[in-house]
Design a protein around this ligand. Structure first.
Ligand code: NAI
Length: 329
């Protein structure tokens, strides 16, 4: 099995090479370039390509891969909304992924964002370095005794629900398919969750139905001083509506690990670039907003689980014995 690995970062190479010691039959060539119509053609002679959540796997790119004779797309991530599945199906490309590699990694980051923005740690870090020890502007709220609203209680949402419970919060949730193992969670309709929560955390996948589920109308239902956290997908939130509502003094805090138009930024050092979009700049102009760049998954445990499962997906494909949970298509 020969795999062409796109957009390889040093930490990817370390982690995959460590795991590959157990599978020396798998060959991996690492490219720093991400996959595109031009770079997809380089996959000729490989059995599979490995891509990430930030890669653009549209119909044109998939067509190039199929023309190059590649029949397997190994996604080294859980989400796959960036893959044109209709095109992949037509082109007979199998798409495998790594679901639930470390739900706790993402949930812990969601709570880290919630804590940091609530207690204004991002402001205080800079103020104290400038010998400014004033507490003005740093007032937080106790999460203990408040209500956490979890949207989507799959693997990550369940881990977040447990963390919130550990903080002494009442946990309410919305999911089309309630998770019966979470006996302490009260399920209700989405609107009720939004209007009753002090902390709202999004943990559902992006689908056609829930694009911009957080918009002017749904924000209007939320408590004035709610904390909103999104570690799921940027397009769940209408950024213009979010910005307008923050300008109108809605929200105690907003923590975003994902945001619309993040694709060009994700995992790149762009400090010398003039950015083409003002989304981040506008969000960061508010004292009660923290943005991180799609790093919620980024722990040692998560990276080794991603490498291990991606390599076993490759082997299973070769042996014709796929793990059903990892099949996208
Ligand atoms: P999962 O598949 O275990 O759970 C998703 C849950 O959302 C399911 O229970 C499903 O019924 C529910 N759901 C689907 N549509 C919904 C809707 N419209 N409203 C409410 N609930 C809905 O997925 P998992 O592993 O918990 O991941 C959730 C999401 O987290 C992923 O789809 C991905 O977008 C995001 N993610 C973000 C990462 C990051 O680094 N920021 C890393 C990994 C995942």
């Amino acid at each position: 099995m020969k795999i062409l690995f796109y957009d390889a970062k040093p930490y990817d190479i370390d982690s995959f090479e460590k795991e590959r010691k157990n599978d020396p039959d798998i060959e991996i060539e690492y490219l720093t370039a991400d996959i595109s119509v031009r770079t997809a053609a380089l996959a000729k002679g490989y059995d599979a390509v490995c891509a990430f959540v930030s890669s653009q796997l549209d119909a044109d790119v998939l067509k190039e891969l199929a023309d190059a004779g590649v029949g397997l797309l190994l996604m080294r991530c859980a989400g796959f909304n960036n893959v044109d599945l209709k095109a992949a199906k037509e082109l007979k490309i199998t798409v495998l992924r790594v679901p639930g590699y470390s739900p706790e990694a993402v949930a812990e980051h969601a709570m880290a964002l919630a804590m940091a923005v609530n207690r204004r740690i991002h402001k205080e870090y800079i103020k104290v370095r400038e010998n400014n020890f004033s507490l003005v502007g740093l007032m937080g709220i106790n999460f203990h005794g408040r209500t956490a609203g979890i949207i989507g209680t799959g693997k990550i949402g369940a881990a977040m629900a447990k963390i919130c419970r550990g903080f002494g919060m009442r946990v309410i949730a919305y999911d089309k398919y309630p998770n019966s193992s979470l006996e302490f969670v009260e399920y209700m309709e989405l609107g009720e969750v939004l209007s009753n929560s002090d902390l709202i955390s999004l943990h559902c996948p992006l689908t056609i139905e829930n694009y911009h589920m957080i918009n002017k109308e749904s924000i209007a239902r939320m408590k004035q001083d709610a904390v909103l956290i999104n570690t799921s997908r940027g397009e769940l939130v209408d950024t213009d509506d979010l910005i307008a509502s923050i300008r109108n003094h809605k929200f105690h805090g907003v923590g975003l690990d994902v945001y619309e138009e993040e694709r060009e930024n994700v995992f790149e050092n762009r400090e010398d670039d003039i950015l083409e979009s003002s989304v981040v700049a506008r969000l960061l102009s508010f004292p009660n907003v923290i943005v991180t760049s799609h790093q919620a998954f980024f722990t040692e445990e998560a990276l080794s689980a991603i490498s291990r499962t991606t390599l076993s997906n490759a082997k299973d494909y070769e042996n014709g014995s796929l793990n059903q949970d990892n099949i996208v298509l």
